[in-house]
Design a protein around this ligand. Structure first.
Ligand code: SF4
Ligand code: SF4
Length: 61
């Protein structure tokens, strides 16, 4: 949980909602259907990156 160097970027979200419930930190939210990440809560666990079928959630170093 100490590695906070990178962040999760949202690129080309298709608004499918499949990542809605995967974040145990409550860091994912949506605005007009598009997913956003609350960086103050995200622990970079990568669960959402694996869950998005459209590869819209990307870890950026
Ligand atoms: S699973 Fe991917 S495409 Fe679907 S809402 Fe989440 S970020 Fe967007
Ligand atoms: S990487 Fe993990 S903690 Fe961060 S938004 Fe995705 S599921 Fe939540």
């Amino acid at each position: 949980m100490e590695n906070k160097d990178g962040h999760i970027a949202v690129i080309g979200c298709k608004r499918c909602g499949k990542c809605n419930n995967v974040c145990s930190q409550g860091a994912l939210y949506r605005v007009d259907g598009i997913t956003r990440v609350d960086y103050s809560k995200c622990t970079l666990c990568m669960k959402c990156v694996k869950a998005c079928p459209n590869k819209a959630l990307v870890y950026i170093e």
